[in-house]
Design a protein around this ligand. Structure first.
Ligand code: KIV
Ligand code: ZN
Length: 524
């Protein structure tokens, strides 16, 4: 059976559409916010990975969200750019339409809750009113684009008869994709397979749309529920890189894609993902957000292909298939990630940045990044791709009101640690010294003394970018001020410098937030 889709044309029944919502459902989880430049970089890398649809944000939620969706729509090519909107929101659909106006192919994704619990307590609406809103929302969206998705929020806990009526109304009003989310991660694989099979069998017009799965991971079943949804007839998969998303996250893109590829005997579906780029996307997201995946995370975790036990190592040496169900190379792990050293020149460095997905950089940015690379190569024996990514991302954060210039620290077991910090604030050099309970504490006190502020330190976490004692430290600092949370990241071969860079990054973000009006709280 084939189907003609407004954005993808004729598609075969075995083809799955990969819908990535890292920049929307993923980005809205605490600590994962990204700035415009970071979102653009992720969006371009997602298109390059081969995702079919990029959900770029929720334009009515804030000015920043609107700007990032419209910028992604203007720049990204090769993937549909999608904007989220409430079906019954005051201006949502209009604003979403404006945000995707310049997309090569644009989609409006509208949603409203359909479960008894959500309708009664959250929406305070009668089911008949919800049905009217579904019709109005999809008609309004369809006036702005031919590619319209509708979601039944809390769909997996919706009464089957009512769900059928809602889906029928959405299709009649022009929706071309119907998404049934397991919003709260409550469903089992059996539930999800049954829901899609039921909708396909019962709803008039079901043959003319694509059904979509969107599974949250509260019970750790996000990927299993997605694979079961495919069995039930869903052909669009909503997922995120590293499985980030609300609460326990969304189903992880890399896990679903590799499950389908590795067990194609059970899941005979196709997609356009270039699996060799999966690790790169995972790393890019971790670097941007400052949150590494756990070492045992499937596909992209540091230990996913590490064999520690002697018996396993022996088996691998004789035949890798004894303990490896897919090759590390097939998801982007390479045996030789050693890249450059202190003798590498500026041209080689520029080529490397292009290969790592940064594109051609302006000369001043390239020069700053190259100077830091040289400094790192002097201090560190081997420089890996991950080091360069951490360094360039860190450099990109440095163009702000408060800039780091230098730090000297003395610490040890005999006396309190002392830090002397040099920063530039709005062009003026400031030096401050402070003591503390350890070098990081002393350095953070020095920041407070150089730039007094009331924000509270809510999180401080450090990880190593690569292996070895000369590895760069990557630090995340979270600051809280008047209920606002901001995360900052820093990287440096010196752990305390990395921490100071992360703190200043967070402080700079806070200054930007202070000058922006807060978006009004959204009610669904
Ligand atoms: O989880 C959910 O229900 C959602 C919808 C907005 C699609 O993210
Ligand atoms: Zn969701």
């Amino acid at each position: 059976m084939t189907f003609v889709h407004p954005s993808f044309g004729q598609i075969d029944d075995s083809r799955t559409i990969i819908f990535d919502t890292t920049l929307r459902d993923g980005e809205q989880s605490p600590g994962f916010s990204m700035n415009l430049e970071e979102k653009l970089r992720m969006a371009e890398a997602l298109a390059d990975l081969g995702v079919d649809v990029i959900e770029a944000g929720f334009p009515v939620a804030s000015k920043g969200d609107f700007e990032s969706v419209s910028e992604i729509a203007r720049i990204v090519r090769g993937a549909v750019v999608c904007a989220l909107a409430r079906s019954g929101g005051r201006n949502d659909i209009q604003v979403a339409g404006e945000a995707i106006a310049h997309a090569e192919r644009g989609r409006i994704h509208n949603f409203i809750s359909t479960s008894p619990l959500h309708m009664k307590y959250k929406l305070r609406m009668e089911p008949e009113t919800v049905l009217e809103i579904i019709t109005e929302g999809n008609k309004a969206a369809r006036n702005l684009t031919d590619d319209v998705e509708w979601s039944a929020e809390d769909g997996s806990r919706t009464e089957p008869d009512f769900l059928c009526r809602c889906v029928e109304a959405a299709i009649k009003a022009g929706a071309t994709t119907i998404n049934i989310p397991d919003t709260v991660g409550y469903a089992t694989p059996e539930d999800m397979e049954k829901i899609f099979a039921m909708l396909k069998a019962r709803v008039p017009g079901a043959d003319s749309v694509i059904f979509s799965a969107h599974n949250h991971n509260d019970l750790g079943l996000g990927v299993a529920n997605t694979l079961a949804s495919l069995r039930g007839g869903a052909r669009q998969i909503e997922c995120t890189i590293n499985g980030i998303g609300e609460r326990a996250g969304n189903a992880a893109l890399e896990e679903i894609v590799m499950a389908i590829r590795t067990r194609n005997d059970q899941y005979p579906y196709t997609n356009r993902i270039v699996t060799e780029k999966l690790l790169r996307l995972s790393r890019m997201l971790a670097t941007i957000t400052g949150f590494d995946v756990q070492p045992n995370k499937a596909i992209v975790g540091r230990n996913a292909f590490a064999h520690e036990s002697g018996i396993h190592q022996d088996g691998i040496l004789k035949n890798a298939a004894t303990y490896e169900i897919m090759t590390p190379e097939s998801v982007g792990w390479s045996k030789t990630s050693l890249v450059m050293g202190k003798h590498s020149g500026r041209a080689a460095f520029r080529d490397k940045l292009v290969a790592l997905g940064y594109g051609e950089m302006a000369d001043d940015r390239l020069n700053d990044a190259f100077a830091r690379f040289k400094d790192l190569a002097d201090r560190k024996k081997v420089v890996y791709d991950e080091d360069i990514v951490a360094l360039v991302d860190d450099e990109a954060r440095d163009h702000a009101r408060i800039r780091f210039h230098g730090l000297e620290v003395s610490s040890g077991s005999k006396r309190p640690a002392e830090a002397t910090l040099e920063i530039e604030v709005d062009g003026e050099m400031i030096e401050a010294s402070a003591t503390g309970n350890g070098p990081v504490d002393a350095a953070f006190h020095a920041i407070r003394s150089a730039f007094p502020h009331d924000a509270r330190l809510a999180l401080y976490s450090v990880g190593a970018v690569t292996e070895g004692t000369d590895a760069q430290a990557r630090t995340t600092v979270r600051l809280e001020e008047d209920g606002r949370l901001v995360d900052g990241q820093g990287a440096d071969a010196d752990t305390v410098v990395s921490a100071v860079r992360a703190y200043l990054h967070a402080l700079n973000k806070l200054l930007v937030k202070r000058t922006r009006a807060e978006p009004e709280a959204l009610e669904a």
